[in-house]
Design a protein around this ligand. Structure first.
Ligand code: KG4
Ligand code: ZN
Length: 299
């Protein structure tokens, strides 16, 4: 639906949520044979995200809470991503460093326990996924472009196009990706004619190599700085095969473990929000909203 516009159109997204959310919920409850009696509480994404879409979720969660007399809990979207690897068969134990790489965020966090998170660094401009999506657009690939750029890069010649590694040598754990996207644009313009397939692949390769280099180096730096030896990678870009390969090499070299959520739990999903809600309610039962006064926090 959003592909025709090259990105998510907020109004279309919230209307689509309204159309689909209740039938989907009903289908899932039936398929999994879950009755309201088996449900302890209802968790929903409170933000950050698009206000309209968040309000649809908040309204449904609070409506169901009222109808079924269940506690309701609002969850921070990024906490869902941070805790998503705990749903894997081989879950990491606390503490760990989390690299959160999605379409909206690029952050390194120290995760000490449930609810105990310290931001170590983040992007000063574009998110990593956003850089993938913008590069895809410049190369004429469909939205969301991350997987397409990654695939195209596998046929590019290594080193044919070398792009800058923004902030690679800055002492902090912050990132910057807008310059990398501009570098792709400059290359496209310099080419002077429509890009042929190999030129596109070489550019994709140059972009992926630069982005992966920075993400890997900063993750290693965060592990050194915190003295931790466990890295968790979450968010849509965590599905990227080149990033996974680079982190595997780094993990051997610097002796740390890397954990990923199951592939289908890397991108946005409800399971991670349910998990975060369950863990929070277990630890702090009073966090449940008993008065059904709901809010969303788009930013
Ligand atoms: O976490 P997510 O599903 O949604 C947000 O909360 O943003 O992340 C979506 C982002 C998009 O920018 C998409 O292009 C990127 O993750 N992405 C990838 C891959 N799969 C998804 N980027 C690079 N390689 C991939 N395989
Ligand atoms: Zn997300």
């Amino acid at each position: 639906m959003h592909r025709a516009y090259g990105g998510v159109v907020p109004e279309l997204a919230s209307r689509d949520h309204i159309r689909r959310a209740l039938p989907l919920l009903q289908q899932i409850l039936e398929q999994a044979a879950i009755t309201p009696a088996a449900i302890d509480a209802i968790a929903f994404t409170q933000g950050p995200g698009l206000a309209g879409a968040l309000l649809v979720g908040a309204s449904i969660a609070n409506g169901l809470g009222l109808a079924w007399d269940k506690p309701v809990i609002g969850i921070h979207h990024l906490e869902g991503h941070l805790l998503s690897p705990l749903l894997a068969n081989d879950p990491p134990s606390f503490p760990f460093v989390a690299l959160l790489v999605s379409g909206g965020h690029t952050q390194l966090m120290r995760v000490t326990d449930i609810g105990d998170y310290e931001m170590l660094g983040e992007t000063l401009d574009d998110a990593a996924g956003e850089a993938f999506d913008k590069t895809a657009k410049l190369l004429g690939l469909d939205y969301p472009g991350g997987p397409a750029v990654s695939q195209l890069a596998t046929t590019g010649t290594p080193g044919a196009v070398v792009l800058p590694r923004p902030m690679l040598h800055s002492k902090d754990l912050d990132f910057s990706f807008s310059g990398l996207k501009t570098a792709v644009l400059t290359q496209v313009k310099q080419y002077g004619q429509p890009l042929d397939e190999q030129a596109k692949a070489n550019l994709a390769r140059g972009f992926v190599d630069a982005a992966v280099d920075v993400l890997t180096a900063k993750s290693v730096q965060a592990l050194k700085q915190t003295g931790l030896s466990r890295l968790v990678v979450a968010g849509g870009v965590g599905a990227n095969q080149q990033l996974r390969a680079a982190l595997k090499v780094a993990a051997q070299k610097y002796a740390f473990d890397v954990h990923y959520p199951d592939p289908e739990l890397c991108t946005d999903n409800g399971a991670m929000i349910a998990l975060a809600g369950a863990l929070r309610l277990q630890r702090w039962p009073a966090q449940a909203n008993k008065h059904y006064a709901f809010t969303v926090r788009p930013r």
